[in-house]
Design a protein around this ligand. Structure first.
Ligand code: AMP
Length: 173
């Protein structure tokens, strides 16, 4: 069924480039309608590259090199998902890109489209494997990506926590 998509930018200002007003497009057209609005890299939005220094000795880098065992849930060319060693819920899986990314923003800014899609599709597949996907009758889950000191990020390799299997309470304890 056709749906109306507003292509205007925030605060009523027209989005940069492309169409200025909402228009009727079909469901499959939504992604392509927005593609022109998504910057591919930091350079595309005129910001300087982020000064992240990747530490190759971090524990997830060692897991990726096979130096430390892990309980793998799912693995693709670009992504690895494994059980957290100190689970905070009955289901607690970490999803990591195989590339050298430190935080969520680093990954979002510097990863290729292939890596980005693979990462998120793999994370969604993990949810399905855990049986927590609401759209498939599961009771739900929470994703967390700690990034930097205020979040108490422990391992400086980007990772997404997927937690489920019980009611997870308020957002922050
Ligand atoms: P964060 O605080 O977001 O950096 O989370 C790091 C997570 O990595 C914690 O939940 C740890 O329990 C988990 N972790 C650390 N070492 C390992 C390991 N060898 N295998 C699986 N999970 C780990």
């Amino acid at each position: 069924m056709p749906c109306k998509v507003a292509l205007d930018g925030p605060s009523g200002t027209p989005a940069k480039g492309g169409n200025r007003r909402g228009r009727q497009i079909d469901g499959l057209g939504i992604a392509s309608a927005f593609v022109h609005m998504i910057p591919a890299t930091n350079q595309d939005v005129g910001t300087t590259p982020m000064p992240y220094q990747y530490d190759d000795t971090n524990i997830f880098a060692r897991i990726l090199r096979g130096e430390i065992p892990n309980r793998t849930v799912l693995e693709t060319d670009h992504t690895l998902a494994f059980h957290d060693i100190r689970p905070h819920a009955p289901a607690h899986v970490l999803v990591i890109p195989k590339g050298r990314y430190v935080t969520f923003d680093h990954f979002a800014a510097e990863a290729s489209a292939t890596e980005l899609v693979d990462f998120h599709r793999t994370a969604a597949q993990v949810c399905a494997l855990l049986g927590v996907t609401p759209g498939a009758g599961g009771a739900g889950y929470r994703t967390i990506a700690n990034s930097g000191p205020d979040s108490n990020q422990e391992v400086p390799h980007y990772h997404l926590h997927i937690l489920g299997g019980r009611n997870l309470g308020p957002l922050l304890a």
